[in-house]
Structures are given as structure tokens and as C-alpha cells.
Design a protein around this ligand. Structure first.
Ligand code: FES
Length: 135
């Protein structure tokens, strides 16, 4: 084996060692693009913002609103555009982002950009004055 042949073989082997594991598809390099957050908390709606129709509050990074018809809705509080906390607007039963004006319906679906991704919505269950918000 000539010196040139030796260096060519060593070089290709070394190059293979330097290939980032992500390029060859190792599981450990795959980005976790799914956000798995468990939401499970309870709020007392006998007083405060949720005691009256149209009121809302943010708890555990979730915006919980009491609609004008008295039902409860809950979605992620952070706008999917750049993360600003959204606000609830009772007259239109929707959410609006004060930062760039994105709008979402009561289920968290985008109705106006610049956001392009829906808000995650959560289930609610009322028992007496105890509101359970959960995934
Ligand atoms: S951060 Fe909400 S629209 Fe930009």
C-alpha cells in the first residue's frame, strides 16, 4: 500500500466517523417536534373572573374563558405566532393576540394571521363551582 492509498483509506474512514449521527438517522438525533404537555387543574369559579359570563383568566399557561352563554372554554394562552399571551373577547367568542392581531375562534383555530397554527384546546368539566380543565 502506498502512502497515498493509505491516506485515502484513513481519510474516508475518518470522514465517516465525523458524519454527524443525525445524517445517518440515529434516533437520538431526531428533534422532538411534538409538544406533549399534560394539562390537568381545577379552578374555583364561584368568584373572580370566571364567576361572570364573558370573564377569563390565565392559569397554568392556559386561558380559560366563560362565554356569554355561560359555558367554559380553554386553550393555550401563548399565541402560536410569537408566544404573546392572547386575550378573550366575549362579544365574538374568540381570542385575539394583542401583539400582531392574530385571531382564533373558540376552539383555538386560526381565523386571522399572522399566526398559522391553531392553539391547543382543552376540555372543561364543571362540578358545582369547581371547573376541571384537562387535556
Ligand atoms: S405574537 Fe401573536 S400575532 Fe404575533
Amino acid at each position: 500500500m502506498t502512502r497515498k492509498e493509505f491516506l485515502a483509506q484513513v481519510g474516508s474512514g475518518a470522514a465517516l466517523l465525523l458524519v454527524p449521527a443525525c445524517i445517518i438517522g440515529l434516533e437520538s438525533c431526531k428533534k422532538n417536534t411534538t409538544k406533549t404537555v399534560t394539562v390537568d387543574f381545577t379552578l374555583d369559579v364561584s368568584s373572580g373572573a370566571l364567576a361572570t359570563n364573558g370573564g377569563y383568566l390565565v392559569s397554568n399557561s392556559v386561558i380559560v374563558a366563560r362565554t356569554n352563554s355561560g359555558t367554559f372554554i380553554a386553550v393555550d394562552a401563548a399565541c402560536t405566532h410569537e408566544g404573546t399571551n392572547i386575550k378573550y373577547t366575549a362579544p365574538s367568542n374568540s381570542f385575539i393576540c394583542p401583539n400582531h392581531g392574530a385571531k382564533f375562534d373558540a376552539n383555538g383555530n386560526v381565523t386571522q394571521g399572522p399566526a398559522s397554527k391553531s392553539l391547543t384546546s382543552y376540555q372543561t368539566s364543571l362540578s358545582g363551582t369547581s371547573l376541571h380543565v384537562f387535556s
